[in-house]
Design a protein around this ligand. Sequence first.
Ligand SMILES: [Zn+2]
Ligand SMILES: [Zn+2]
Length: 117
Amino acid sequence: MARQSSPVWKDYRKALIAEAGDACIACKRTKKLEVHHLIYRGPGVRGITEEPGDCAVLCLRCHKVLHNKFGYHMLTEDLKNKQELWIEHRRIRFEKRATPEFQAKRARNQAKRRAKL
Ligand SMILES: [Zn+2]
Ligand SMILES: [Zn+2]
């Protein structure tokens, strides 16, 4: 059976998403969530090869951006750490964007730009 359709994986995936609070860990979006493998460790005994922390819950968009940056061969611990750092930076960026200060600043800039037109 293909791994993606194995019931064990489906349950595991569901549990991971629930654990992440049903939201992308980077941008907190709650739609189109996917489970990304920070690292692949090869076939396991019970159909689950992942160790805690091997996967990250991301939305479709963040997931795409991550793969554009890191490619599709995530086999080293070193690369896993780099991805984790990248996700953390992205999370902080989105968190900043959600603050009232940032929103106000953006509104001011937009008003300025409109005034110039
Ligand atoms: Zn996201
Ligand atoms: Zn992925």
